[in-house]
Design a protein around this ligand. Structure first.
Ligand code: OAD
Length: 250
């Protein structure tokens, strides 16, 4: 398999190694090769499902069992999934770069499982449930739904993820904005860049003078902002970047 051509990025690698900050924003595409479906496009989770019926507070209020069945199905898929070469390459990069922040829209926990530590999970995590009555957090339920999962206080549990129409956790979002505004280089990996506010981070980075690079086999609205695009899968491009960084270490 041929290596991707990293030419537009190579001059920036010594700067990253010297401590100029890198931000990486990921979306469902990075987990596609771990066997987890993306949301949009053929075979995506929103094909034949309306997000309004499965991923909003109103949907949960009117039919919690339907919503939990969807999340139990996703949890089941997740239990068989492992971090892939893309997740692992990002964890390796974090270990050699003085300043790298990983921001993800994913709720699958695979970045943490790969070893990434400086991680902002904008949309929460599937692995945790939260009580709708007392707000206590507990591990996500195992096994099929029904029965609906309940807290020790008797309240109904919900997935600890951010649904459409809900705000992101303010401290997580503010940290992501700060990182985007301050970074020198910004990678957008495996996201269709259509869901706000995550989609605005690349714009903030570009306005702050950062070089934006896109890693995605398909064209997205980010392309016009980008200093470079790599039209290939995350598992191909990210390990090549990690390798090039190691080769550049003085
Ligand atoms: P999408 O499903 O919208 O987009 C996935 C992107 O990954 C697409 O642009 C694909 O071309 C790309 N892709 C597919 N395979 C890839 C690979 N192997 N390597 C790199 N890229 C690949 O997913 P997101 O952009 O993450 O929000 O969706 C954003 C948000 O919308 C999600 O966090 C979720 C969803 O509704 C909530 O649930 C709140």
């Amino acid at each position: 398999m041929s290596e991707p051509d990293l030419t537009p990025l190579l001059d920036l690698l010594p700067e990253l190694l010297a401590g100029r900050p890198l931000v990486v924003l990921t979306g469902a595409g990075i987990s596609a090769e771990s066997g987890l479906p993306t949301f949009r496009g053929p075979g995506g989770m929103w094909e034949g499902n309306r997000p309004e019926d499965l991923a909003t507070p109103e949907a949960f209020e009117s039919d919690p069992e339907k919503v939990w069945r969807f999340y139990a199905w996703r949890l089941e898929k997740l239990r068989g999934a492992r971090p892939n070469e893309g997740h692992l390459a990002l964890a390796r990069m974090e270990r050699i770069l003085p300043r790298m922040t990983l921001v993800t829209q994913n709720v699958d926990g695979l970045h943490a499982a790969a070893g990434s530590r400086n991680l902002l999970e904008l949309h929460g995590t599937l692995l945790v449930a939260r009580c709708t009555k007392c707000a206590r957090r507990s591990p996500a339920p195992e096994g099929p739904v029904p029965p609906l999962p309940v807290c020790i206080c008797g309240g109904l549990l919900r997935p600890d993820v951010v649904w459409f129409g809900e705000p992101l956790a303010p401290e997580t979002w503010e940290a992501a904005v700060r990182a985007a505004e301050e970074c020198a280089v910004f990678f957008v990996v495996g996201t269709s860049s259509v869901v706000a506010p995550a989609s605005s981070l690349a714009l903030l980075a570009a306005r702050g003078g950062a070089y934006v690079f896109e890693i995605n086999p398909k064209e997205t609205p980010i392309a016009p902002l980008a200093a470079g695009v790599f039209r290939a899968s995350a598992t191909k491009v990210l390990p090549a970047i990690a390798k090039a960084l190691v080769r550049t270490i003085p």
